[in-house]
Design a binder for this molecule. Structure first.
Ligand SMILES: C[S@@+](CC[C@H](N)C(=O)[O-])C[C@H]1O[C@@H](n2cnc3c(N)ncnc32)[C@H](O)[C@@H]1O
Length: 266
């Protein structure tokens, strides 16, 4: 998306977004106060951020296979292997501290039995998802083996034992994961930011979703395609509540809720 368009959508978001005031849904009110605006420093945060710092200062080069929509600083790529600097990837591809810690709080609040993450990268967001509850089984998928290997070292270093790492293209790995699962509690969609791919993964995961499942989409304004995908997801008849935080969108299917779209200042 062109910079000017992002600025436009961000200004629109600033104008439309609200806090918990004026939110009549008790479910969303509680979520805003107890999860989104909760600024408690949970004990795993420090160790994960030390790992992020090490990644950011690393000059190691890794082979990356881009099976997605490229990054904010590199153009589209289709399965071409290129060498990239670890520090550079950590800077541009990893969820920021603020949003990564929100993922932790979401898992901590909803206590899902299982989490699926599309896009491990070096495992920073995975570490937050997995640290929130040692009983939550986190399945994370990454297409670049050398990137996944670094993530694996990070999980070992952090002592995280509730993570199952899978390497391969989401297009083939996700269906096989879903085949072996009878329900999906929580999904973090953070890779392959293309419209059709995002909608395909959404529809696949929906087949195993239930009333209390939570879907989190990263970078919903990253491109026109992502914005279009987000707009389709919002209007999907199976979706009840959505929360737009600009850099992330959260989706709920709770049948007891009135269909409503919230834009929350974060
Ligand atoms: C934005 S990064 C993930 C960042 C990570 N969730 C975090 O915040 O720490 C997206 C990752 O998804 C991977 N990816 C993109 N498209 C993919 C696909 N179709 N199959 C498998 N991996 C893919 C990329 O290699 C990249 O490492």
């Amino acid at each position: 998306m062109k910079k000017l368009a992002i600025v436009f959508y961000y200004l629109k978001y600033l104008v439309q977004s609200t806090s918990e005031h004026g939110v009549h849904s008790p479910f969303v009110f509680d979520l805003i106060l107890k999860v989104i605006y909760n600024d408690k420093e949970y004990y795993p945060f420090k160790n994960i951020e030390v790992v992020r710092e090490q990644l950011l200062t690393s000059n190691q080069m890794v082979n990356c296979v881009d099976m997605g929509a490229g990054s904010k600083v590199t153009a589209y790529n289709t399965n071409i292997e290129i060498k990239k600097n670890v520090g550079h990837i950590a800077k541009y591809a990893t969820k920021s501290v603020k949003y990564a810690q929100l993922l932790f709080r979401l898992v901590n609040y909803f206590q899902p039995e299982n989490v699926i993450e599309l896009g491990t990268s070096f495992g920073i967001s995975t570490a937050y998802l997995a640290s929130a509850n040692s009983k939550t089984n986190v399945i994370t998928i990454e297409g670049s083996p050398e990137i996944a290997e670094i993530a694996n070292k990070n999980f070992k270093h952090l002592g995280l034992q509730n993570i199952q790492q899978l390497i391969g293209n989401f297009d083939s790995v996700l269906p096989s994961v879903l085949k072996k699962t009878d329900k999906v509690d929580f999904v973090f969609f953070d890779g392959n930011h293309r419209k059709q791919a995002t909608l395909n993964y959404f529809n696949l995961c929906l087949q195993k979703a239930h009333n209390n499942s939570v879907f989190v989409f990263d970078d919903i304004y990253w491109s026109f395609e992502m914005k279009e995908a987000w707009d389709e997801i919002k209007t999907d008849s199976r979706v009840k509540v959505t929360i737009d935080l600009f850099y992330m969108g959260i989706v709920f299917f709770r049948k007891e809720q009135v269909k409503q779209h919230f834009v929350v200042r974060f």
